[in-house]
Design a protein around this ligand. Structure first.
Ligand SMILES: Nc1nc2c(c(=O)[nH]1)N[C@H]1C(S)=C(S)[C@@H](COP(=O)(O)O)O[C@H]1N2
Ligand SMILES: [Mo]
Length: 282
């Protein structure tokens, strides 16, 4: 059976919140590229010009996100693996993007302390909420994988990640029967430290298929080194079957929820609230 997916709700950037900052260059770039990518997808179907003139066909294109989510489920199944590469494919330098060093005071303090005081909270719809130190996470069974990171801005980098499978943590905290999504809460504010008092921290979410997927790891190493701050230290998510913006860096808390309708603008992620697709399948 298909899991229910949130309806994609494209909407204008920066709508609603009078004090919200103007769209950044990055937001515009991300949005522009998505439009470009979408039209490439449409072009490959342009031969079917009779079809493409019918309103039903246009509607079908509009629901492409839904189809791609469904197709992943039906054709590939929940266990389909993202491609893994060999050591020789690993790029000399893994590009960093988005926040490079969170300016937030609480993160800065943790960073100065070498993340010894940092803990990952796991809470929400679980039987036994817990918090894990980095040392505790490192002592758990680990998975190492060499994968290609694809950013919506049009670049890719192959890197080697080591971390604990999210499924391992979930098994420990025991999600309740009504839990449907995992929400990742990050340390970095996207609008500078609380411009208007509104929470602007980066966040993301996945469904339980991706949460329990073998390649979904919370990574503390990149290319055999402790995860650099630029790439999300001390811990970042790897969601290998989806685009770069799903891979939340600077993890602070993980919440099991039954819906993200009441979280921030209700679209399941920072970029999703700016109009991106929630399901960013590659
Ligand atoms: N917390 C946080 N996570 C984030 C981002 C961010 O700005 N903040 N940017 C996202 C985007 S758009 C990409 S492409 C990747 C970049 O990861 P990297 O810096 O390791 O290349 O992180 C994603 N996760
Ligand atoms: Mo990205």
């Amino acid at each position: 059976m298909m899991t229910p997916t949130p309806t994609p709700k494209p909407k204008p950037i920066a709508s609603g919140h009078a004090l919200r900052r103007a769209p950044t260059r990055r937001a515009a770039l991300h949005a522009g590229l998505r439009t470009a990518l979408a039209s490439v997808g449409t072009l490959s179907l342009a031969g079917c010009d009779k079809l493409s003139n019918t309103p039903a066909f246009v509607d079908a294109l509009k629901s492409a996100q839904h189809l791609s989510h469904a197709a992943h489920r039906v054709v590939a199944g929940r266990r389909a693996m993202a491609q893994e590469f060999s050591q020789a494919d690993v790029a000399a330098h893994f590009k960093a993007n988005g926040t490079l060093v969170p300016a937030d005071a609480d993160y800065q303090a943790l960073m100065r302390g070498g993340f010894k005081e940092w803990k990952l909270e796991v809470a929400g719809l679980v039987e036994t909420p817990a918090a894990f130190t980095l040392a505790e996470l490192r002592a758990m069974p680990s998975r190492t994988q060499i994968t290609r990171h694809d950013c919506v801005e049009g670049w890719s980098t192959i890197g080697k990640w080591k971390g604990v499978q999210l499924s391992h943590l979930l098994t420990q905290v025991k999600p309740l029967a009504n839990a449907k999504f995992v929400v990742f809460r990050c340390a970095d504010s996207m609008d500078g430290p609380s411009l208007d008092g509104r929470d602007s921290k980066y966040y993301e979410s996945v469904d339980l298929d991706d949460a329990y997927h073998a390649q979904t790891v919370l990574a503390y190493e990149l290319n055999d080194q402790p995860l650099p701050v630029n790439n999300g230290a001390p811990l970042r998510a790897r969601i290998e079957r989806q685009l770069g913006y799903k891979h939340a860096k600077y993890l602070m808390r993980i919440e099991l929820v039954d819906s993200f309708a009441k979280i921030r603008d209700g679209n399941g992620g920072y970029w999703e609230d700016q109009g991106y697709e929630w399901y960013a399948g590659i």
